[in-house]
Write a protein that binds this ligand. Structure first.
Ligand code: TMP
Length: 238
């Protein structure tokens, strides 16, 4: 199979269909722009299952994603898209980089969800950018930015409500969007939604159930990812 792209956590392979690609979830974990690196047995399989379940749940609520079908333990077929090189972060509570940026402690509630854009560019360390920067760099049109912002907020509503039902607080998360290969005017949700790309705190205990366990050396990383998968699959009863 021809490898089309290899990222930090996933690989993409060509398929016989020009509008579809095979996405493989790796066990590799990186943080701080790849400076910290390891592997966790079963991470790829857990993240693949979570992405499938959450994309299906969102699809049912009218959020179009690149997910097509399940293939095996670590691979899925997704629609081919041209990824917009912008990490779209939605935050409900102060955590991570926002704490240092606005000088409020982690765990402070935000008065309203906020959407941020980060330029996906390893050499620049994925900087926070404004919509003017997006325009200057021709990363997306104003119309596309408005569609992306709107979809990100809707995803936040659906995901937040869903996680709350399983006792998890959706503190923040990152999503990516792409233009459909077969129709560039259509923007859909792409990439993954997993504990690698969300901050998830147990509502009762406050325990972190996401990649911060790896970033901050808190231990029990895969146990926490499995806990999230267990709750999500139970809620969707599969
Ligand atoms: P941050 O607080 O470090 O800016 O992260 C915000 C959210 O985005 C958090 O849920 C983790 C996620 N994220 C990624 O998925 N990939 C990244 O490269 C970074 C920096 C954050």
């Amino acid at each position: 199979m021809e490898l089309l792209y290899e990222g930090k956590a996933k690989k993409l392979y060509r398929t016989n269909c020009p509008d579809e690609v095979l996405m493989e979830f790796k066990d590799d974990a990186t943080a701080f722009n790849g400076k910290k690196k390891t592997q966790f047995q079963n991470k790829g399989a857990i993240n693949k299952q979570l992405t499938c379940l959450l994309y299906r749940m969102l699809e049912e609520r009218g959020i179009p994603s690149h997910f097509v079908r399940d293939v095996d333990e670590i691979r899925i077929i997704v629609r081919r898209v041209e990824i917009i090189p912008v990490e779209v972060v939605v935050r409900n509570w102060v955590a991570g980089s926002l704490a240092g940026r606005i000088g409020r402690p982690e765990g402070t509630p935000l008065s309203a969800p906020m959407v941020e854009f980060y330029y996906k560019k390893d050499e620049l360390n994925d900087p926070l950018i404004t919509t003017e920067h997006l325009r200057e760099l021709n990363l997306a049109t104003d119309g596309e930015v408005s569609v992306i912002r709107d979809m990100a907020m809707r995803i936040n509503g659906f995901l937040g409500e869903f996680f709350e039902k399983v006792g998890i607080r959706l503190v923040d998360f990152k999503v990516e969007f792409g233009r459909l290969h077969s129709d560039r005017s259509r923007i859909i949700l792409a990439d993954e939604i997993t504990p690698d790309t969300c901050r998830l705190w147990d509502i009762r205990t406050g325990r972190k159930l996401d990649k911060d366990r790896f970033r901050r050396d808190l231990g029990e990383v895969m146990e926490s990812y499995s806990d999230v998968l267990g709750r999500v699959s139970h809620a969707l009863s599969v």
